[in-house]
Design a protein around this ligand. Structure first.
Ligand SMILES: [Zn+2]
Length: 617
């Protein structure tokens, strides 16, 4: 979600010592970290102001959450060049005002890691957080520990990091220090400090070559069950396909997968990854190579495509990211939505999933957009309000956002008789804008209109800016795919409730009752019931769907069905309750059914082929 002005590998080598004279100099010592705390020492660049404000970011690109990283800082002190203390005022959570700044010689403070913070106090999504564990692993997302003087984020940063001799720092940055116990990174500005995490651990790394680019896979597995070589082998086919999908070569010379594995769920109750221009940082549950390769594949196919959007196409809001008070762009349909669309599209085009599996992924997105979110909210408005007003709608960028791209792709393919796809449009936009040239948020649609036929303008005005439903039936028919909005039939089910998840208790919950059927009513579900067990089996988020699928294979009329839940009593306390009924078939509505037409026309086949098959490239 940000801009990199220059390629790091080349710029780092080209920097002369004098160029970094007026730079921030940071020292961090990993060998002294009591209680998950690191000491940070800053020698500031030359400042001419008499007072300055030093800040840690309120938020960083890609997370779409306000995290207030300053709250992890303690014992903040400033000294003049002779070592005498300077007056400091802690003006808000993230900021410290320093007087007589023109005499400032040094700042010191301690910072706590985020992985061991409170679970209830706005926990930080682990891929954007920090972990300081002297014997095992350090996750350094620098924005959790390194700040900037307001108005001075465009100066060089010299980061000096002392580490244990048996630890290696995995990153896309270049280490300029030959010592076994000290690394030095020189980074041209604060945006790139934030954009380049480092993971220190006893090394387990593997390398892949995608086109001409070097890809590093670095793994920390506490149970030693997963290895970098195993995971690299498991994602190689996908990455090669992604390289081809992007036109045979990657727009970056190097890329790092930093994979932190944990033996427990994160503070936010889940796992995932955060994208960067030259890599992505993962927080996943430890397991075998095979299991992890499949998880990493699913997550990586999304993160990896971020090297196109927004690295190569982005608005000024992202290029000049305001760490104190970020402003949202209206184009999350592009940054997150198209990225998610391509993540699935590449898999079907290169045979990693079957066309039928691809349709079922689309159906899942359709159901999610329809039932888990406000389906009639303008997508540009959602995007602009993603931090506050529409915070609860943000995750729809991965469902409806991807479906918007599906419609665009099929429309472009039809308009060009199979010659021009969404990826071609994105490549054309990247030629106009590119990584060094941001667009104005309001001008992107006009640029797209100038490159495409009028039906694309109608679609954008009605379905991205406007709030009209996406035209699934129309666009899928271009490719000979049958679409049925709803089909009613009599069948077995758990009762038709929507399944939700309580992040705090890490339990599945009974979500929306909108589609509850007669069996569900007989069971007596209430929205918010926390699911403890079904038919005596304790269920977690991961095994709910397989369990239900298995149950559907053998269930018959009159079988007992029992669910133990925790239900909120009027006094607010949770009380255990057993819900049970004898199973019967109930009238159930199945939504968004998709299937390939058996007898497509030649024209439909041509569009289907352009949409789902990779051809010769
Ligand atoms: Zn993303």
């Amino acid at each position: 979600m940000r801009k990199l002005a220059l390629l790091l590998s080349t710029i780092c080598l080209a920097v002369s010592v004098s160029a970094v004279d007026n730079a921030y100099h940071f020292s961090i010592d990993q060998t002294k970290t009591p209680d998950h705390k690191l000491s940070v020492e800053v020698t500031p660049p030359q400042l001419n102001e008499t007072q300055v404000i030093y800040s840690l970011p309120k938020m960083v690109p890609g997370t779409y959450s306000i995290y207030d990283f300053g709250r992890f800082v303690e014992d903040f002190k400033a000294f003049d060049q002779k070592g005498s203390p300077l007056q400091v005022t802690h003006i808000d959570t993230n900021s410290w005002r320093i007087q007589n700044a023109n005499t400032l010689g040094k700042i010191t403070y301690r910072v706590r890691d985020t992985y061991h913070a409170s679970k209830t106090d706005n926990p930080i999504f682990e891929p954007a957080g920090s972990d300081f564990q002297p014997d095992t692993c350090f996750v350094l997302n620098f924005h959790t520990m390194i700040g900037y003087f307001r108005g001075h984020t465009r100066l060089y940063y010299e980061l000096n990091i002392k580490h244990a001799p048996n630890f290696y720092g995995s990153t896309s940055l270049v280490d300029r220090d030959n010592s076994e116990t000290q690394d030095q990174y020189i980074v041209p500005n604060y945006n790139e400090v934030v954009d380049n995490p480092v993971m220190y651990t006893v090394p387990d790394t593997a390398h892949l070559k995608i086109g001409e680019s070097d890809v590093l896979v670095s793994v920390f597995s506490p149970g030693k069950t997963a290895t970098a070589a195993g995971i690299a082998k498991g994602i190689d086919t996908l990455l090669q396909a992604q390289g081809k999908y992007l036109g045979g070569k990657l727009p970056v010379p190097q890329y790092s997968f930093l994979i932190y594995l944990s033996d427990h769920d994160g503070l936010t109750g889940g796992y995932g990854a955060l994208e960067h221009s030259y890599g992505s940082m993962y927080y996943l549950i430890d397991g075998t190579d095979e299991k992890l390769a499949s998880t990493v594949r699913n997550v990586a196919s999304h993160e990896f495509f971020h090297i196109m959007t927004p690295l190569n196409i982005h608005s000024e809001e992202i290029a000049n990211f305001d760490f104190d008070n970020a402003k949202m762009s209206e184009h999350l349909w592009l940054y997150e939505g198209s990225t998610e669309y391509h993540a699935h599209s590449v898999q079907v085009r290169y045979g990693l999933i079957s066309p039928e599996e691809y349709l079922s992924a689309i159906r899942q997105e359709m159901n999610e957009a329809q039932f888990a979110f406000n389906d009639s909210l303008s997508f540009t408005e959602l995007s602009l309000g993603a931090l506050d007003k529409y915070k609860d709608q943000y995750a729809n960028v991965y469902a409806k956002g991807a479906l918007i791209s599906l419609c665009l792709d099929l429309k472009l393919i039809k308009d060009s008789e199979g010659k021009y796809r969404l990826m071609d449009l994105i490549n054309d936009l990247a030629k106009t804008y590119g990584k060094d040239k941001a667009f104005k948020d309001t001008e992107l649609f006009d640029k797209i209109y100038s490159l495409t036929k009028p039906d694309i303008k109608d679609f954008i005005e009605n379905c991205i800016i406007g709030n009209k439903p996406l035209p699934f039936k129309e666009v899928l028919e271009y490719a000979g795919v049958n679409y049925t909005k709803v089909k009613t039939e009599s069948s077995y089910s758990f009762g038709g409730f929507g399944v939700g998840y309580n992040q705090e208790t890490q339990r599945l919950i009974v979500g929306s009752l909108q589609n509850l059927n007669a069996f569900g009513r007989k069971m007596g579900y209430q929205e918010g019931d926390e699911i403890l067990s079904v038919n005596g089996k304790k269920l977690t988020a991961g095994d709910f769907s397989p369990f239900r699928a298995q149950w559907l294979k053998t269930v018959k009329d009159g079988d007992k069905f029992k669910m133990v839940v925790l239900r909120k009593a009027p006094n607010g306390k949770l009380k255990k309750k057993t819900l049970q009924a004898k199973v019967f078939k109930a009238e159930t509505h199945n939504y968004n059914l998709l299937s390939f037409a058996k007898d497509p026309t030649a024209e439909q086949l041509k569009i289907r082929k352009a949409w789902l098959e990779a051809g010769n490239n």
